[in-house]
Design a protein around this ligand. Structure first.
Ligand SMILES: [Zn+2]
Length: 153
């Protein structure tokens, strides 16, 4: 017979670290500081990538063609957070999987900037396939959070 008693353990993880972005991510991040969302393109298969990739994971070709997208994206998926976590916004918040421009891949970012009366109304405010556009931070430093969030376009 299975036990119905479970233990609770408290853990606390705090990690400070840095990562080398390499040339592709560096170029992509610097463009965010100028309110531009770039895509790079594999010259062999023609697929675009937002965020940029250093090489195409299908062709294994280095990528050196770049375009500037209009920044608009499509919501591919989303989830709503109702719990408070360190380094995340006060709940409720929406984490979206967003495909920007012609990209073959998606990126994860906040979705906000839409009105709602009650948190439980949020799922009706966002739809898969909905167009979104970036809302830029006033002060930018070449970082993913130069985009404050995406809002309905
Ligand atoms: Zn390719």
């Amino acid at each position: 017979m299975a036990s119905t008693e479970f233990m609770n353990k408290e853990y606390n993880m705090h990690l400070d670290f840095s990562v080398s972005l390499g040339p592709a991510y560096t170029k992509w991040m610097k463009a965010l500081g100028e309110k531009k969302i770039l895509a790079n393109k594999c010259s062999k298969c023609g697929r675009h990538f937002v965020p940029a990739k250093p090489f195409c994971e299908i062709c294994f070709e280095p990528i050196d063609e770049w375009i500037e997208t209009d920044g608009e994206g499509i919501v591919e998926s989303f989830t709503i957070g109702y719990a408070k976590f360190r380094n995340l916004p006060d709940p409720p918040y929406v984490i979206g999987v967003i495909r920007v421009g012609p990209s073959a891949v998606s990126m994860v970012h906040w979705i906000a900037g839409f009105p709602y009366d009650k948190p439980e109304d949020i799922p009706d405010k966002i739809q898969i396939g909905m167009k979104v556009k970036p809302v830029w931070a006033e002060e930018r430093k070449g970082d993913l959070l130069d985009i404050r969030y995406f809002e309905p376009a």
